[in-house]
Design a protein around this ligand. Structure first.
Ligand SMILES: [Zn+2]
Length: 449
C-alpha cells in the first residue's frame, strides 16, 4: 500500500515520532521568526548554513571530500552565499553514479529513507532523505505556507492527491483525501457531494486534478463549496487555471514550487502570485546557458539549488533542470526573500482513457518510477484515446520483471481505461529547445490554451 505524507505520520515508530516532532517544532519556530528578517539577517543565516553544510560534507560525505579536494577547495574559501559559485555543480547523472558515496558516513543505516524523484523532470532518480526528520521539515514549511491564508490545525482540508485508495479520512489532521486517479463523471459527482458534506475551509491539490474536477462541476453550474483558500503544488499552474479557480470558488489561490530533491521551497503569498523562495530551506541560484548567474528582473535560467534540510544526502549546487524567470518585488507581505516570477520548466499534461476521461499525467510518472528502478528515461505517448505507449530507455538491470511490474501497476490502478504498450528505444528525443518532455499528447485538447 502506498502511504502519502499525511498517513506516513501514523506509521512512525514512537522514537521516530520524537524526531519528527522535534524537527517540526524547531523548523516551525525558526520560520515564524525568519519571515520578518531583514535582507542582512537572511544573508547571515544563509552564510552560516552554507559553511555548516560544506564543513559537514567535507568531513562526512566521501563524494564531496574527493571532489573538493580535486578542486583545491578549503572551508575558509566559503564565507558568504556567493562564494558557493567556487564549487562545482552536481547533476542527476552525478547522483545516479555516486549514490553510496553521497551518503553521510556519520548517520546510522536506519537514518536513510529511500525516495524517488517524480514530476516531469526526466528519468527516475533515487535519493535518500532522513527517516522521520524529513516529515517534520515538510510539515513545518507547509504549515507556514498555509498559515498565510489563515490556516489553523483544527481547520478541515480536502486534499486531491495520488493515493491508491479512492478516498481516505484522517481525523487527527481533519483532512479528507481524494485520489486524483479517479476522474470519471460518477467519481466527480461523488467527490462534489462529499466535499459539500465535509465543509472544508481549504483545498490542496495538483493544479491538473482540481481543474478537471472544477471544470466538471462548473459546467453543471453546481454551487461552489465555501472555501477560505486553495493551495496548489506539484505542477506549473497556468493563468487561465488560476482565474477559473478564483472565479468559481471566490477565494485566493496559492501555489507552491518544490521537488523531491528537497533543495527549493517557494510559494506565492496573499499579496502576490510571484514565488517567494524560502532562504531557510536552501540557496537558489539561477544560471543562464553560459553558466552565469542571472539576477535581473525578466532574465531566465536554470534553477541550481543547495538544500539545507537534508544532511544525510546533501545536494550542493544541484542542477534541477527547471527553468525560472527572475523577478524583483518589494512585496507587501514584508518577506525579504528572493523572488521568481514563474517556473517554466515543468509542464502538466493529461492522458485520455477509452471512456474519454482525462487523467493527470503527473501521477502516472510515479506509477512507473515506483515499479521499476531500472529505467534510464521514459516518455508517455498518446495519439488515440485509451491507447498509451510508454517509451522506455532501459538502464542496467532492466528485465522482464520490470516490464511486468509496470504493466501490472497500470492494470491495477486503471483497470481497462488504457491499453498500455511498452516500447524500448535507445534514447528519447529532445524538443527543439533541448528540453525533455515526458508526455507527448497528440490528441487535440480544446480545454487547454
Ligand atoms: Zn509576499
Amino acid at each position: 500500500m502506498k502511504h502519502n505524507r499525511i498517513s506516513q505520520v501514523y506509521y512512525l515508530r514512537p522514537f521516530s515520532y520524537i524526531t519528527f516532532f522535534n524537527t517540526f517544532s524547531s523548523w516551525y519556530h525558526l520560520l515564524k521568526k525568519s519571515q520578518h528578517w531583514t535582507k542582512a539577517q537572511v544573508q547571515k543565516h544563509q552564510s552560516q548554513r552554507i559553511k555548516e553544510l560544506i564543513s559537514h560534507s567535507v568531513r562526512n560525505v566521501p563524494y564531496y571530500r574527493k571532489l573538493f579536494d580535486s578542486y583545491g577547495i578549503k572551508l575558509d574559501h566559503i564565507n558568504k552565499p556567493s562564494d558557493i559559485t567556487k564549487l562545482p555543480y552536481i547533476t542527476r547523472e552525478d547522483i545516479k553514479h555516486n549514490l553510496s558515496q553521497l551518503k553521510a558516513e556519520n548517520y546510522p543505516k536506519n537514518a536513510f529513507k529511500k525516495t524517488m524523484t517524480g514530476g516531469t523532470t526526466g528519468s527516475p532518480l533515487e535519493l535518500y532523505i532522513e527517516h522521520a526528520q524529513w516529515l517534520g521539515v515538510h510539515f513545518a514549511f507547509n504549515k507556514i505556507y498555509m498559515e498565510q491564508a489563515g490556516y489553523h490545525w483544527a481547520d478541515k482540508v480536502v486534499s486531491f492527491t495520488g493515493i491508491s485508495e479512492r478516498y481516505m479520512y484522517h481525523p487527527f489532521h481533519r483532512t479528507f483525501e481524494i485520489s486524483s486517479f479517479y476522474t470519471a463523471k460518477k467519481d466527480f459527482d461523488e467527490w462534489y457531494d462529499k466535499i459539500l458534506k465535509f465543509k472544508p475551509s481549504f483545498i490542496t491539490s495538483y493544479p491538473s486534478s482540481l481543474i478537471l474536477f472544477t471544470q466538471y462541476v462548473c459546467n453543471l453550474q453546481k454551487k461552489a463549496p465555501v472555501l477560505k483558500a486553495i493551495f496548489l503544488h506539484g505542477e506549473t499552474i497556468f493563468d487561465w487555471q488560476r482565474k477559473l479557480l478564483q472565479n468559481y470558488y471566490d477565494c485566493p489561490v496559492f501555489d507552491q514550487y518544490g521537488h523531491r530533491e528537497r533543495c527549493v521551497f517557494a510559494t506565492t503569498c496573499k499579496h502576490s502570485d510571484k514565488y517567494h523562495v524560502f532562504p531557510e530551506y536552501g540557496l537558489m541560484e539561477i544560471i543562464d546557458r553560459k553558466g552565469n548567474i542571472v539576477t535581473k528582473k525578466g532574465e531566465q535560467g536554470e534553477i541550481v539549488a543547495t538544500g539545507f534540510t537534508n544532511k544525510v544526502f546533501p545536494l550542493i549546487r544541484y542542477k534541477t533542470g527547471d527553468i525560472a524567470v527572475v523577478d524583483e518585488i518589494d512585496c507587501e507581505c514584508g518577506r525579504q526573500y528572493p523572488v521568481i516570477e514563474r517556473i517554466i520548466g515543468r509542464t502538466q499534461e493529461f492522458l485520455v482513457t477509452h471512456t474519454h476521461e482525462r487523467v493527470p499525467a503527473t501521477g502516472l510518472y510515479h506509477v512507473i518510477a515506483e515499479h521499476s528502478h531500472h529505467i534510464k528515461e521514459c516518455q508517455l505517448y498518446q495519439e488515440k484515446e485509451g491507447d498509451l505507449i510508454i517509451y522506455v530507455v532501459k538502464d542496467e538491470g532492466f528485465s522482464e520483471h520490470d516490464e511486468k511490474h509496470i504493466l501490472h501497476a497500470f492494470k491495477d490502478r486503471f483497470k481497462d481505461s488504457f491499453s498500455v504498450t511498452l516500447r524500448f528505444i535507445p534514447s528519447i528525443k529532445r524538443t527543439e529547445q533541448g528540453k525533455y518532455r515526458y508526455v507527448i499528447q497528440k490528441i487535440h485538447n480544446s480545454q487547454r490554451e
